[in-house]
Design a protein around this ligand. Sequence first.
Ligand code: SF4
Length: 396
Amino acid sequence: MKFSFRTIEPWPGVQAEDWSSWTWQFRNGLTKAEDFARVFTLSDSEREAFTRGTGFQVRSTPYYAALADHTDLEDPVRRMIVPRAEELAPQGQQISDPLGERKHSPRERVIHRYPDRVLFLVTDQCSLYCRYCLRKHFTGQEQAFVGSKDYEAALNYLRSATGVREVILSGGDPMTLSDGRLERVLFDLRALEHIEIIRIGTRMPVVCPMRVSEETVKMLRRFKPVYLMTHFNHPRELSADAAVALERFVDHGIPSFNQMVLLNGINNHAAIVQALSRRLLFLRVKPYYMFQCDPSEGSEHFRTSVDQSLAIQRELWGRLSGLAMPNLSLDVPGGGGKVGLVPNFETQHENGERTYSGWDGVEGVYTNPTSTVEPENLEPYLSEWNELKSQNYGKG
Ligand code: SF4
């Protein structure tokens, strides 16, 4: 099956050469009411948000704003970038640091919540500020690249944290850094023997696909294994340019995953998630997570109820293959980490027998086996695995 992807034309008066330059897109970001008013007819609610100020920066690349239907107030792309008065009205759950990251931060810019993974916030800048951002307390404070003292302290911490296997570069958006800066970070991380995997969390393929050049991707590849974690929320965002950017990562051997957020009035419909997931999979990007929107300040109007999210996930169960299915997940407010949310297919549980009703209502009973091997009996085999690790997984 072949999908058609929309081609986004430069705005009248903008040279194609400028439009396709990521630094031009960055320099010409829309930040003020006047900038947005040139593209959208602002509603009273949007004007009020600009006038009173929401406390969270506003920015979009021209490219991303051009993805919107400019006549539609409820356009999904518009809703993700243009602030509204709802952001100013504190309602429901409002938490400045919903993931409790500050209390899991042993050094500036380092978040260490799980034993084997560390988040390294290399910049606080994004080329676009998503109105529902979970890290509003940090993102967009214009501190940019981590200062040299904090950078060294973060590296020293990682050097001593030998139980860490994965470093996730995040922010902000690490791909707002120049190739030179990014290369320096990757070089320093690769010098740490215990770091096996480096992930780059970036929205650039979505909001500024021109950032993803051949040179950049080839540079990333030199530090393999490097994984791309990107963040598409809506099929509208998968333009022809975005598709080229994603394929460039995959063609250069960079495994690519998508983390979406379920957003009220934007993508909280099974058919929208289905379209997004299928298109991503077609481009060889694995739909990985479908997050419940975190209760950061001013995000109440973006949140779906857990019940609705579970209903969407249940519907997707029959519509999407396992490869295309994102895992519904919620971050426990206050720093409890992620928990998976799975629709309940069990209808009865008695004497080791469980009855399940599948996605289309077909029921069956699963009976536990009469005996199983105790997990401790497998422990002698673990030494083989440890040896493999010390041999760099057979890569020499
Ligand atoms: S790209 Fe990520 S960090 Fe930046 S504003 Fe959006 S959600 Fe927040």
